[in-house]
Design a protein around this ligand. Structure first.
Ligand code: CTP
Length: 142
């Protein structure tokens, strides 16, 4: 049976850690046969929940860049994972080890209650959007 995986995130400053996450889901979890949905955190929701966060690319641009990645079959926008997830057609939720806030906890509990598979994918070491932003700020002495 063809499976559908879904994963959630901001995916600002697209980097190798993100691309490897998508490649690993497609190759290792979906065996190159299923489809991958990437859910992108909405600008308005980020602004209201993390007013100090600096997101470089607006959601339409983040969505367009993700849509160009060959491992991704569909891109959707979300506000909160726990209210979004029950409305999606999927079999496997993939989360990062860093995705542990109360919304992710509730979404993971929902998956367990509804017989959906949850996979925790290890992060690629030594890279993150925040680290890239900090490096640029330091280099440019901002
Ligand atoms: N991710 C990863 N390896 C990295 C960075 C991120 O596998 N080096 C994964 C996260 O675990 C998560 C997804 O990418 O599943 C989306 O993470 P996101 O928060 O958008 O990326 P970060 O680079 O961690 O961004 P930030 O520094 O703003 O937290």
């Amino acid at each position: 049976m063809t499976q559908r995986a879904i994963t959630y995130g901001v995916f600002d400053f697209l980097h190798l850690g993100h691309v490897r996450l998508f490649a690993n889901i497609k190759h290792c979890i979906l065996n190159d046969t299923g489809s991958l949905i990437v859910a992108l955190h909405a600008d308005a929701c980020i602004k209201s929940t993390k007013p100090d966060a600096h997101v470089l690319y607006p959601q339409a641009q983040r969505a367009e860049m993700l849509g160009a990645i060959k491992y991704i079959d569909d891109v959707v926008i979300y506000d909160f994972i726990d209210t979004d997830l029950p409305n999606r057609d999927f079999d496997i939720l993939v989360v990062g080890p860093d995705q542990v806030n109360e919304h992710f906890q509730r979404a993971i509990n929902w998956c367990h209650a509804h017989k959906k598979t949850v996979v925790v994918m290890p992060r690629t070491k030594n890279i993150s959007s925040t680290e890239i932003k900090n490096k640029i700020a330091k280099e440019l002495k901002l």
